[in-house]
Design a protein around this ligand. Sequence first.
Ligand SMILES: [Zn+2]
Length: 100
Amino acid sequence: MDHVGVLLGSMALFGITVDGLLRKVEKKARKFPYCRTCGLNMNTAGPSKFMPGEVSRYLEQYNLPAVAASRFTCPKGHYQLWFIPKFGNTERAFFLKEEL
Ligand SMILES: [Zn+2]
């Protein structure tokens, strides 16, 4: 009986931890990305015909479609940011800061 109690207790604890983690992740996602120069949240930009060589090379390397790359721009026009999230076959997310 004691074992069941411990098991249920740890499961409840685990549930709370996961819930807290998810909330943290959501909070972080809302803030991302922001301009490092002025601190403002960046706008999601539409796909660009021009894609920097680093971005297309990275996509090719991991066989990712061009739509995997997102582009963000600073509302004050400081720079634009290319972002490719971490997929199953990639080791890390890709970032490229490009001056405008
Ligand atoms: Zn800025």
